[in-house]
Design a protein around this ligand. Structure first.
Ligand SMILES: [Zn+2]
Ligand SMILES: [Zn+2]
Length: 679
């Protein structure tokens, strides 16, 4: 999940870590197109970053004292950052000139399109005629969401993660987005299984859709398996899924690959990194991770295993980039509990909103409530589900006489209650949202409530989150959210943690994943700092195949990849044409012209009638409505004059005349639907 942590960005952020790569001229590999692009992109991207980090508002984003102190520092930093930005800009322009030079020297039109680039080997054969290891990201690159990575060697494919992403505003009416798995369907006979790192939506959300196409086993830890089963319950028409539960430390064979699960810390328990032993060496995918030295369940990330693998030799590391821009280390989840305990010291009823999947946080809330002598009720379907599954599987333990039914909360005084709820992202159907807008049956929010929102808005959700917070304040409630207190920490590794994993594993090749382009670029910088040779760092793209043989690695072809839109029960039915139409409807509205005609005798029997939606307000535009009726009548008559009998042609003609008229009169272009009824 995309989250933010509480580390204050320092300005200008880690110049050393993120500084531009070495000169690209030294690179000889065909993959050098990457290197040609890289310096310019890095430098350009660093300049705004330096400025942004230095903005006073950014520098002092938490707490009053910090805010005041930050302002001063912020101004000083601003000047420093401006200088830095200028320096970076000048480096950028030099780099760009040099990059352009290199590009010109090595220009080969075939290199423009990776698919056309000369390939050392046809098929998947390398110099030694053996198969090569193919690494194919199908999701999670240049985006945060829908993670999916494919490893292929000879006749075996293993897939890691199978996530979804929520649609952006552009995707009107689309429910969710999943990766394009055309390549996997084409090679279905090779797919040995899907290995899941952890139970977040961006890693498991596409499973119900992918299983319809690929009947393969899923390998994951117990909690992840429980949550996948919950998801699958919502979908019919899926054959009984083969979920194989494994635990951290387990190793198992999938074709030629040996897969190992390695325990990591994250904002959902039972998360794993995956180490895959291939004939060419070990590939480690960190999944989402952080290093928590004081985890709630006492199980720290298995750094030792990362170190062992590093000593034995790691071929490639693919590492979470979500927080690669953030210096330092992510705060421990325990910190949330400490901060929360302070907030519980009140006579008010406490309502806490957090991610349902954050089992450890829920456990902490229950424990603190118990210590404070408060009863706990939960609200929201996913919160109910997680409590049930988490308790069944032993990930949540509830002290006796602590949990109460939501229907019974009126029996307890406000100061003796905690309600744990969903809705930390301002989702319109969620429990907290309904509380805010008085649509919740059991919980009526008012001045007797203190509401803690223990999550930060995922980018894109800010507007709905803050409008919900405004509404809660309006009802007189006290609202505490991330900007005001340390009641949320990120589950993703910051720079020092990423560097720790890099230094422990010492990979030959490095591919930053799980991030937008800027995250990937900054993470690539961390790879260089930790000693990975610049030519061995690969910024991938969806569908772009990285082929590795005994001596080298290079991008070769591209396989189909991208996004598949899910709309209701339809998968992939909504394409660009439909989206364009929806936008068109949204922007210009729709006009229906309805008439009953006798084509044989060339007469209009009734109508034409004009109906509009989202185009004009009818009462104020009677004149225009009359014109449209007249245009339609004339159009129909000229069809009759020309002896047109095809209903299709008549409709087209009427639509064209109406469209011409409206464009002339209103400069607008609504969707026109002529309805010709023949009698
Ligand atoms: Zn994730
Ligand atoms: Zn995650």
């Amino acid at each position: 999940m995309a989250e933010q942590n509480n580390n204050r960005p320092k300005a200008p952020a880690s110049q050393t870590d993120a500084k531009g790569p070495r000169q690209p001229a030294r690179r000889r590999k065909p993959a050098s197109k990457q290197s040609e692009v890289r310096p310019a992109a890095t430098a350009q991207q660093q300049a705004p970053k330096a400025q942004k980090a230095a903005a006073p508002a950014e520098a002092a984003d938490r707490g009053g004292q910090r805010r005041r102190a930050g302002k001063k520092q912020g101004l000083a930093a601003l000047t420093a950052a401006q200088k830095a930005a200028q320096a970076v800009a000048s480096v950028a322009s030099t780099a760009m000139t040099q990059a352009a030079k290199v590009a010109a020297e090595t220009a080969d039109p075939r290199q423009e399109n990776p698919a056309l680039r000369p390939r050392k080997a046809k098929g998947q054969k390398g110099k030694n005629d053996g198969p090569r290891l193919r690494v194919i990201p199908l999701g999670g690159l240049n985006e945060i969401g829908k993670n999916m990575t494919v490893l292929e060697y000879g006749d075996d494919i293993v897939v890691v993660d199978c996530g979804m992403t929520f649609p952006d505003d552009e995707l009107l009416g689309v429910d969710l987005v999943i990766p394009d798995i055309t390549y996997l369907i084409k090679n279905a006979h090779k797919v040995r299984g899907i290995v899941i790192t952890h139970a977040h939506e961006d890693h498991i959300g596409a499973i119900p859709y992918v299983l319809r196409e690929l009947n393969v086993p899923i390998y994951c830890t117990a909690l992840t398996g429980g949550l996948i089963r919950l998801r699958l319950e919502e979908h019919r028409n899926i054959k009984k899924p083969k979920i194989q539960v494994r635990k951290a430390g387990d190793k198992f064979k999938l074709g030629v690959f040996e897969v190992e699960m390695i325990h990591v810390n994250h904002s959902v328990p039972d998360a794993c990194a995956i180490a895959i032993k291939t004939p060419l060496g070990v590939v480690i995918m960190t999944g989402d991770f952080k290093i928590d030295t004081t985890p709630i369940d006492g199980k720290m990330i298995d750094l030792e295993r990362f170190g062992q693998l590093g000593r034995q030799g790691v071929l490639m590391l693919m590492c979470d980039s979500t927080n690669a821009e953030r210096p330092g280390i992510a705060m421990s989840e325990r910190r949330v509990g400490e901060s929360m305990a302070q907030h519980f010291k009140t006579d008010k009823r406490i309502i806490v909103a957090t991610f349902a999947s954050n089992v450890h946080r829920i456990q902490q809330i229950i424990n603190i409530a118990h210590q404070a002598g408060r009863k706990v009720a939960v609200s929201g379907r996913s919160m109910d589900n997680i409590l049930r599954v988490g308790t069944e599987l032993g990930y949540i333990t509830t002290p006796p006489n602590t949990m109460v039914e939501l229907n019974d909360i009126k029996k307890y005084p406000a100061g003796k209650l905690v309600v744990i709820t969903t809705g930390s992202q301002g989702e319109t159907m969620s429990a907290l949202y309904r509380m805010a807008f008085s649509g919740h049956r059991q919980v009526d929010v008012g001045p007797g409530d203190k509401i803690l929102i223990a999550a930060s808005p995922i980018p894109g959700n800010e507007k709905s989150v803050y409008s919900m917070i405004n509404e809660l304040f309006r009802r007189g409630a006290e609202v505490v959210y991330e900007k005001l207190a340390d009641i949320h920490v990120s589950g993703h590794a910051c720079q020092e943690e990423i560097k720790m994993i890099l230094s422990l594993t010492k990979p030959k090749y490095y591919m930053p994943v799980h991030g937008e382009f800027r995250h990937l670029m900054v993470n690539a910088g961390l790879g260089r700092v930790c000693g990975v040779a610049p030519e061995n760092i690969f910024i991938g793209d969806l569908g772009k195949v990285l082929e590795i043989d005994e001596n080298s690695a290079e991008f070769t072809e591209a396989v189909p990849a991208g996004r598949v839109l899910v709309d209701g029960y339809g998968v992939g039915e909504v394409g660009n044409a439909v989206l364009k139409e929806r936008r068109h409807l949204g922007e210009d509205g729709v006009i229906a012209a309805v008439a009953a005609v006798d084509v044989q005798n060339g007469t209009i029997l009734s109508g034409p009638e004009i109906f509009t939606r989202g185009f004009i307000f009818v009462r104020e535009a009677e004149e225009l409505m009359e014109e449209m009726r007249e245009v339609t009548r004339q159009a129909l008559e000229s069809c009759f004059d020309r002896k047109m009998t095809s209903r299709h042609n008549i409709r087209e003609y009427v639509a064209a005349r109406l469209s011409d008229h409206l464009r002339r009169k209103t400069k607008r272009d609504p969707v026109i639907v002529p309805v010709i009824i023949e009698t």
